[in-house]
Write a protein that binds this ligand. Structure first.
Ligand SMILES: O=C(O)CCC(=O)C(=O)O
Length: 309
């Protein structure tokens, strides 16, 4: 019997289990649709996502990556910030920068990051998709990922739809994120599942604290039970994926054994004409629960006990 050939550079792993090839698929590249607003919007509607290779100029993401890793090198968390950056396993962050929210805001909102998240290229793309002028949320989620890091399956509706339903998430690879380093995956077709819609409509994570947003089932088991696939890619710097509030998604484990880091950020967009949620806009946004940048996982030192903090 011949072994099924993997589409990816190596295995995808979720919560320490290898995900079988039969549960996996490749994200479809929609780069050929850029500049065609109707086609972009149509594909997003049909498939629930738009994967765009090279959606942002890699020189712009390279500058962001350089500046983020330089700041992490200054607190002794990474080495070789310009090259094949690796986690050191150490951290001086809390000693040198005790206000962890202020530190993480300064890293996340620095000009090189804003050139990615708030640059003309991305805003123009999102405006094309909405069919009207779009604006990015000021509060952004920058995610360096060390070995062992993953994200449970969930959808974004309970976080970002308080003032408008017209919100899209954009997840961007700032450096190489091969499957070994735990990229984003999406659950194919889940944007059309009525039970997901019912379970999150009217649910606000910050107000309804007794409810659970993430799916506790293992991603591979969910894919088998629902007869679907987890779609992902070996992301290159500047590749991005855009999706709506009902699409289930998560991130595979970073199971790189060489301490190489994943670096990505995610930012939301909405039409300029729609009312904004003040939690995510302005000079000092409070974020989902009011804790500002300090409430984000990125604000925690990048050491091995990261997930317990
Ligand atoms: O990058 C991750 O690990 C999760 C990202 C995510 O959940 C999102 O972009 O909505």
């Amino acid at each position: 019997m011949t072994q099924m050939q993997s589409r990816f550079s190596t295995t995808c792993q979720a919560q320490e289990r290898i995900v079988p090839e039969s549960s996996l698929g490749e994200l479809r590249d929609s780069a050929d649709l850029t500049g065609k607003p109707k086609d972009l919007a149509g594909r997003l509607d049909d498939e629930g996502y738009l994967f765009i290779r090279n959606g942002i100029d890699p020189a712009v993401t390279a500058s962001a990556r350089h500046n983020v890793f330089l700041q992490l090198a200054n607190v002794d968390e990474v080495e070789d910030p310009d090259g094949d950056t690796r986690a050191t396993g150490r951290s001086n962050r809390l000693k040198l920068r005790p206000d962890k929210g202020a530190f993480w805001k300064s890293v996340s909102e620095q000009p090189a990051m804003r050139a990615v998240t708030h640059g003309r290229q991305l805003t123009a793309l999102l405006s094309d998709i909405f069919g009207e002028a779009a604006r990015p949320f000021d509060f952004v989620f920058l995610r360096p990922g060390i070995n062992g890091r993953f994200t449970n399956i969930h959808c974004d509706k309970p976080f970002f739809s308080r003032t408008t339903d017209r919100v899209l998430t954009c997840w961007i690879a700032l450096g190489p994120v091969p499957v070994e380093r735990g990229p984003l995956f999406i659950v194919e077709g889940s944007h059309q599942w009525p039970d997901v819609r019912q379970s999150v409509d009217g649910y606000d994570v910050a107000r309804d604290k007794d409810r659970m947003n993430s799916v506790t089932q293992h991603p591979a088991d969910l894919a088998t039970e629902r007869n679907t696939r987890l779609l992902t890619a070996d992301f290159a710097p500047g590749d991005l994926i855009i999706f709506g509030m009902y699409l289930l998604h998560g991130a595979f484990d970073n199971h790189a054994t060489d301490n190489r880091l994943r670096l990505s950020c995610d930012v939301r967009f909405q039409p300029e004409a729609d009312p904004v949620d003040p939690r995510y806009f302005g000079d000092d946004p409070g974020g989902t629960t009011g804790g500002g940048y300090g409430e984000l996982n990125g604000a925690k030192p990048l050491t091995a006990d990261w997930h317990q903090r």
